[in-house]
Design a protein around this ligand. Structure first.
Ligand SMILES: Cc1cc2nc3c(=O)[nH]c(=O)nc-3n(C[C@H](O)[C@H](O)[C@H](O)COP(=O)(O)OP(=O)(O)OC[C@H]3O[C@@H](n4cnc5c(N)ncnc54)[C@H](O)[C@@H]3O)c2cc1C
Length: 424
């Protein structure tokens, strides 16, 4: 998604009309047909990503296919009664949209077809990258060489590595990378809800084993991402439909893990906050009941963190999961990648206007500095939340419950969080 969006953004940039852009994809071209059945891989897309997709006409194509607005988010946990809600006043504006990944990719691919200078090579794997500067610092003007699995050789001023969390480009650059696997897997499924009603709320409940989220797809369907231990994830996938539905409803509704100390402290804080911010604590809503699951929609994915210490070197830039992979609990992964695209596009356009070499380290460093300033605190916050909520140890439960409660009452803080999550 991120690499295709990058090619599309540059392909639609008038200054790049005379440049040759090649998008290399090791997989086959996906021909997507919209059917009644929703795909199980979806992304929550923030307003900044919508703006990028809109800039090259892909957003209109998504609207013509399908997506579901999110107007409210409710985050709560199983060990206490604390909760956090986000919405614009009167639910007037969308906080985000839930879009199937295949719909996103199909819209971007269609927009790519409008760019004559972009060549897309499917079933084409990069097998080797030769960066002249790596072995010879004086070779800064030399082009970079890419070897493909079909024997073809390409030479370029700039290689943008959007090759995912296992990035060959990142490894070739020898960038030290902080990485670990969470002892968790993300189980996804398309859930059928009881009754037909406006479905525009994203729900996320933190359980000690990991968060479970329900994201709206249509008035009767939601997409689930349940991060849990790999053993439990495997068990969920082998359950009968009835057992699976019971497990999901139980995860959203049960009160088995309530911590009395945290609940009492939270009640005292609530009384105090009510005095200083009357009406500041928002109403708890109840999530919809799940009554079914779409056939064949359950699948599990490993979850991990990668953070490359550098995103650029002479003639190379990394974007998307190749540079940073995060836990899906905040729905930020692809949004961070799309924000990389917006930033790199603007730096390269500026360089182009100045007649500079697009692969020059100075230009690319400006991209790296700008993005790392944004990304490092977000990656740290997401990882911190994953750890803070991954326990039912009383001091941690008290700390997070009071923190969540106070944040919920502080409108300005919530506005800041919405702003941050909207722009990545
Ligand atoms: C369960 C789950 C739920 C998620 N939910 C959300 C969400 O709600 N919102 C959100 O923002 N993010 C979400 N994410 C994260 C999001 O899916 C990723 O951040 C995103 O897919 C990364 O996109 P990418 O294009 O950078 O990388 P990838 O999707 O990994 O794409 C890399 C591409 O590079 C190609 N490639 C790799 N190596 C080579 C090579 N050598 N030669 C040629 N091509 C190559 C691959 O074929 C692939 O097409 C979720 C992730 C998971 C696991």
């Amino acid at each position: 998604m991120v690499g295709a969006a990058m090619a599309c953004a540059l392909g639609h940039e008038p200054n790049f009309a005379k440049k040759k852009i090649t998008l290399l994809e090791s997989g086959p071209e996906k021909v997507f047909e919209l059917t009644k059945t929703y795909k199980n891989r979806v992304s929550t897309i923030n307003p900044a990503s919508v703006a990028l997709l809109d800039s090259f006409g892909a957003w209109d194509k998504i609207l013509q296919m399908r997506c579901q607005p999110v107007k409210r988010m409710q985050v709560w946990e199983s060990c206490s009664d604390s909760l956090l809600t986000f919405n614009h006043p009167d639910l007037s504006l969308e906080l985000a949209y839930v879009v199937e990944n295949d719909v996103l990719l199909s819209a971007i691919t269609d927009s790519l077809k409008e760019c004559p200078q972009v060549e897309v090579l499917y079933d084409t794997k990069v097998s080797n990258v030769d960066i002249p500067m790596l072995n010879d610092p004086s070779a800064k003007d030399s082009l970079l060489t890419i070897s493909l699995n079909n024997g073809r050789i390409l030479r370029t001023h700039l290689l943008i590595g959007a090759d995912g969390s296992n990035s060959l480009v990142r490894k070739t650059c020898n960038f030290p990378t902080v990485q670990w696997e969470y002892d968790q897997a993300g189980v996804v499924a398309t859930l059928q809800l009881s009754g037909e009603a406006e479905n525009t709320v994203a729900w996320q409940r933190f359980l000690p084993s990991g968060p479970i989220a329900m994201l709206p797809l249509s008035n009767s369907l939601s997409s689930m991402v349940w991060s849990t231990s790999p053993t439990h994830a495997k068990k969920l996938l082998t359950m009968t439909k009835e057992e699976f539905i019971d497990a999901v409803n139980h995860a959203f509704w049960h009160d088995d893990k309530k911590n009395l100390i945290a609940q009492n402290m939270e009640k005292s804080l609530e009384k105090f906050l009510d005095k200083i911010v009357p009406g500041g604590t928002s109403m708890r809503q109840l999530p919809p009941t799940v009554i079914g699951v779409d056939e064949g929609s359950c699948a599990m994915f490993p979850l991990g963190l990668n953070l490359s210490s550098h995103y650029v070197r002479q003639r190379v830039a990394l974007i998307g999961d190749a540079a940073h992979r995060v836990h899906p609990l905040a729905g930020q992964g692809v949004n961070l990648g799309f924000a990389d695209v917006t930033c790199l596009q603007s730096m390269l356009t500026k360089a182009m206007n100045e007649g500079a070499d697009l692969g020059s380290l100075n230009i690319l460093l400006a991209y790296e500095t700008e993005r790392q300033r944004q990304i490092i605190p977000i990656v740290a916050a997401i990882d911190g939340l994953q750890k803070l909520y991954g326990t039912d140890w009383t001091p941690a439960v008290v700390l997070r419950s009071l923190g969540l409660q106070a944040t919920n009452a502080a409108t300005f803080l919530k506005d800041k969080l919405i702003q941050k999550a909207s722009s990545s």
